[in-house]
Write a protein that binds this ligand. Structure first.
Ligand code: KG4
Ligand code: ZN
Length: 357
């Protein structure tokens, strides 16, 4: 029986310091041996968002023991590790540099290969930690920094179908929360407040709802929320605004997902149509329920990573590392941090004033 690869994954692109060891079983499915995540929520909550300098400092303080903990919890020895995979982008450059430099130094010290991972590829393939999925599949990636529909054709082969032209969905949740006086990250709190509110109370805009294919836009929604927060008086108003925001987001995603289905089908003739939702916002239960229904109606199989693997983690980074290691897709130690690193390098940059849809 040949030795199965053992990969150390490291993640530090934003406000989570994380390390994980994974291997695979006899059937070739990934097996998580340890998955350590240290969140910096307490550091950033009073600022309403991530403060890069503070985030980088915290990564530097924690990376050493997080990696040690991941190794000791895995029950494996350092000598057994076959390769080290670190997130190299996209993300905050000062944060990326910590995990990237640590990973390179670690790999060099144990004389094993180094693999640079795209954080978005980690999210894109994260459901493979729990499900056997064949390519191609349609992916909705909704996180704090990204909102995209992608045709996942193969490892490293992505075709973007739609993207946000301004704010990411997680960012819109966080900004709305901040306006309602909720600490960062506000997404999960908005979901909770929404349960107590009337979703029909406030009529919020749905930017580019009837144009722009499956591209998305959330900035106008945030501006409308800002105007309303100036007029609200009671706690119930807050609940109603959270509920109206949650409902509006669901309506936008419902319509845009159906458009994405159509575009995906034009690009692929696959027997089974699979729709994967990943990234931090995929933890939102109401969004999940709505998307499951949309899939049922349109003959798609829906797949979501378990809640604990929706947000940033190193298991997804190690898993992409494992796939790349098996294909001998290794990197040199001079691989740079890439703050901007799109999955589909050929897709047009669609952000800022004057974007043509
Ligand atoms: O994927 P992630 O952990 O980090 C990035 O790569 O950005 O996503 C974090 C984002 C935050 O904006 C957070 O508010 C949002 O995911 N989020 C949620 C929920 N849980 C996390 N948004 C809405 N509902 C939730 N339950
Ligand atoms: Zn992420």
């Amino acid at each position: 029986m040949s030795k199965k690869p053992l990969i150390l994954g490291i993640e530090s692109s934003c406000d989570e310091t994380a390390a994980s060891l994974i291997t695979e079983n006899e059937l070739g499915f990934p097996v998580i041996l340890s998955n350590i995540i240290s969140s910096q929520e307490n550091i950033h909550k009073k600022f309403g968002g991530v403060v890069p300098e503070l985030a980088a400092r915290s990564h530097i303080e924690k990376i050493d023991w997080i990696v040690q903990k991941a190794i000791s919890e895995s029950g494996k020895k350092i000598e057994e590790i076959d390769a080290v995979a670190s997130t190299a982008g996209p993300g905050l450059v000062v944060c990326l540099s910590v995990g990237l430099s640590f990973g390179k130094a670690f790999a060099s010290a144990i004389n094993k290969p180094f693999i640079a991972i795209n954080h978005l590829e980690g999210h894109a393939l994260s459901p493979k930690l729990n499900f056997k999925i064949d390519y191609p599949y349609l992916l909705l990636l909704i996180s704090g920094g990204h909102s995209q529909y992608l045709n996942v054709k193969n490892l490293g082969e992505y075709k973007r179908l739609g993207t946000t032209i301004d704010d990411a969905l997680g960012e819109a949740f966080d900004k709305t929360a901040k306006l309602l006086g909720i600490e960062y990250p506000g997404g999960p709190q908005i979901e909770k407040l929404a349960e107590k509110g009337n979703p029909k109370k406030f009529d919020l805009p749905k930017p580019i709802f009837n144009k722009g294919g499956c591209n998305l836009s959330f900035a106008g929604l945030k501006t409308a929320v800002l105007k309303i927060t100036k007029t609200i008086k009671s706690e119930q108003d807050k609940f109603d605004l959270a509920a109206s925001f949650q409902k509006t987001v669901e309506e936008i995603l419902k319509k845009k997902t159906i458009i994405a289905f159509d575009q995906f089908e034009k690009q692929n003739i696959s027997q089974e149509k699979i729709f994967v939702v990943a990234g931090g916002v995929a933890a939102n239960k109401k969004i999940r329920t709505m998307l499951v229904k949309v899939c049922e109606k349109n003959n798609y199989k829906s797949l979501f990573p378990p809640i604990e693997l929706c947000g940033d983690n190193a298991a997804m980074i190690a898993m992409v590392g494992l796939e790349k290691f098996k294909l001998n897709q290794l990197n040199h130690f001079d691989h740079p941090a890439k703050p901007r690193w799109p999955l589909d390098e050929n897709a047009l940059f669609l952000k800022g004033a004057g974007v043509q849809l």
